[in-house]
Structures are given as structure tokens and as C-alpha cells.
Design a binder for this molecule. Structure first.
Ligand code: NAP
Length: 290
């Protein structure tokens, strides 16, 4: 009977911790407004009208509003050049009424995305996409983390997942997700292995993972039989049809803890973006005066 009734992994729900973080962020925003008369402001920049990106930006702006953060939306035509985008980001970086800047990724085929990200002032890089933010995060210096990796770390802490000496396997090495996730895990004394599209025999490496971060963008690439029994599985993948990078049903029969998709990493990502926006505003408006 055990085969028919396997022990299922505990769910790592991201919605409740994200709500708690957002409540704390809303309180901090209200306090800042009371002290300084200034409402924190996030500028969202969207190039083109990719439906998924439009939805993501709308969702982020709605959450801002609920948390007492102003958002200023800057929609740009799909034909925007790198130079034009760099100019817009430079102006927002210099504007004292804007405290955080989000350039929705991907920024379109005509844009050198790295050059555009670098035009964001590090003090306003609340999405953690600049070289400065990556270096500061990797060296453990003050700065902003990439939101999704930051959200993943908060989720791991929320569920009291010990990381010291654990083998963490990160599948994916993008600048905004896989790479920074690995650096944050390394800073917490995990032994980190990165996998990517050229990795040979992915299943044999995944089988060694105490903690697995799937950040690939390939629906259900990882299946339960690939996992080490009891592994902690963080599925950051978000593919069309609300499908993650992990085959949830089979993985849940083998893992110890697993994030659902949706409702796991996604809500934490937005909550970290809001928290970092209020943190940026607080730093820019100066320390608390009594
Ligand atoms: P990306 O830039 O396309 O990077 C994907 C990574 O996966 C690359 O490093 C690639 O390797 C690797 N990869 C591709 N195919 C592979 C395979 N068969 N085996 C092993 N590795 C493979 O994607 P991303 O922006 O990091 O996003 C990854 C996923 O996370 C997507 O589903 C995205 O929607 C999701 N996401 C979710 C959130 C959230 O808030 N939940 C936020 C951002 C992204 P190479 O480097 O060799 O090409």
C-alpha cells in the first residue's frame, strides 16, 4: 500500500510569508511618509507590449499601490533603441522623486539589456540587476539582491532549511536568477554546484542535491525520480500554463519540502521588490530624525 500512498513533501507556501513581508513593508512606507511627507516611488519601465510582461508589470504596480508605494509607469515602444532606453533610465536615476527603478525583463530584441541595466543608479536598483548590485551581494556588502534569489533565501529561512554544509544544486545561470541564487547560497556556507544547458548528465548531479533550485524555463524538466529522497526543492520556473520546471506530482512523492507553482517563489519575488523599494527610499531620504 505504501506505493499507492507515498509520504508527500511538505509544501513551501510563498503566499503567507510574502503577505507578512508586504505588511511590514506597508508599515515602513507609512512610517516614512509620516516622518518625511514623501511616499516611496517605484518607476516601472516596459519596452514593447509582450503580454506576459504587461501582466507582470501590472501585477507589480497593483501590489505597490496596496503597500502604499507610488508607481510611475514608463511604457516605451518596441522599437526603442539601447541609447534611448539608457537615456530614460538615466533620467529616472537622477530624478529625486523616484526611489526605485524596475526595467521589465526581457527588454526586447533591439536592446542591449546589460547596457540598459547598467544605466540604473545602484542606489535605485531595487530589482538587483546591475553589476554593482551583483558584486555587492556576492561580497556580502550593503546593496540590493536580485528579487527572485532574495525571495528564495527568505523562503528557505521561513521553513528553517539549514544550509551550512548542504549540497545546493542550482540549475540555470542567468544573471538575474541562477547565478545570484548560487552566490547567496554560497554565502550561507552551502556547497554550490551550477548546472546549465551544457551540463553533462544532469540527473546524476540533481540526485546529489540536498537543496535544488530549478531556474531553467523548461516545463517539468526535473522529475521525482531524479531527486535525492528528502531533498528541498525550490521551483523558480514559471512556464506557460502555470507550470514549473519540476514535475510537481512525482517530485512531491520524493522531496521533503517543495514549492508549489504558482504560489511559491513568485509571490516572494514581488514582496522583495516592494521591500527593497521602501528600503531604497528610506536610505535616500536620510536616517530617521526624532
Ligand atoms: P534564462 O535567462 O533563459 O536562463 C535559463 C538557464 O537555464 C540558462 O542558464 C540555461 O543554460 C539553463 N538551461 C536551459 N536549458 C537547460 C537544460 N535543458 N538543462 C539545464 N539547464 C538548462 O531564464 P531565467 O530568466 O533565469 O528564468 C528561468 C525560469 O525562471 C523561467 O521559467 C522564468 O519564467 C522563471 N522566473 C521566475 C521568476 C519568479 O518570480 N518566479 C522570476 C524570474 C524568472 P545556458 O546558460 O547554458 O543557456
Amino acid at each position: 500500500m505504501t506505493d499507492q500512498n507515498p509520504v508527500l513533501a511538505r509544501l513551501m507556501d510563498g503566499t503567507a510569508p510574502a503577505r507578512r513581508l508586504t505588511d511590514a513593508t506597508a508599515a515602513a512606507a507609512a512610517d516614512l511618509r509620516l516622518r518625511t511627507g514623501v511616499t516611496p516611488c517605484l518607476a516601472t519601465v516596459l519596452v514593447g507590449e509582450d503580454p506576459a510582461s504587461v501582466t507582470y508589470v501590472r501585477m507589480k504596480r497593483n501590489r505597490c499601490e496596496k503597500a502604499g508605494i507610488r508607481s510611475r509607469h514608463v511604457p516605451l515602444p518596441a522599437a526603442t533603441s539601447t541609447a534611448q532606453l539608457v537615456d530614460v533610465l538615466g533620467e529616472l536615476s537622477a530624478d529625486p522623486t523616484v526611489h526605485g527603478i524596475l526595467l521589465q525583463h526581457p527588454a526586447g530584441p533591439r536592446v542591449d539589456e546589460r547596457a540598459a541595466f547598467e544605466a540604473i543608479a545602484p542606489a535605485k536598483d531595487v530589482d538587483g540587476v546591475t553589476t554593482h548590485s551583483f558584486a555587492a551581494m556576492s561580497f556580502g556588502l550593503p546593496g540590493f539582491t536580485s528579487c527572485t534569489p532574495g525571495g528564495i533565501m527568505r523562503l528557505l529561512d521561513e521553513y528553517r532549511v539549514g544550509l551550512t554544509g548542504k549540497h545546493a544544486v542550482v540549475i540555470g545561470r542567468s544573471a538575474i536568477l541562477g547565478k545570484p541564487a548560487g552566490m547567496l547560497l554560497l554565502a550561507r556556507d552551502a556547497t554550490v554546484t551550477y548546472c546549465h544547458s551544457r551540463t553533462v548528465d544532469l540527473p546524476s548531479i540533481v540526485r546529489e542535491a540536498d537543496v535544488l533550485i530549478a531556474a531553467v524555463g523548461r516545463p517539468e524538466l526535473i522529475r521525482g525520480e531524479h531527486l535525492k529522497p528528502g531533498a528541498v526543492v525550490i521551483d523558480a520556473g514559471y512556464n506557460p500554463g502555470n507550470v514549473g520546471d519540476v514535475h510537481f506530482a512525482s517530485a512531491r512523492e520524493r522531496a521533503g519540502l517543495i514549492t508549489p507553482v504558482p504560489g511559491g517563489v513568485g509571490p516572494m519575488t514581488i514582496a522583495v521588490l516592494l521591500a527593497q523599494t521602501v528600503e531604497a527610499a528610506t536610505r535616500q531620504l536620510g536616517p530617521q530624525r526624532q
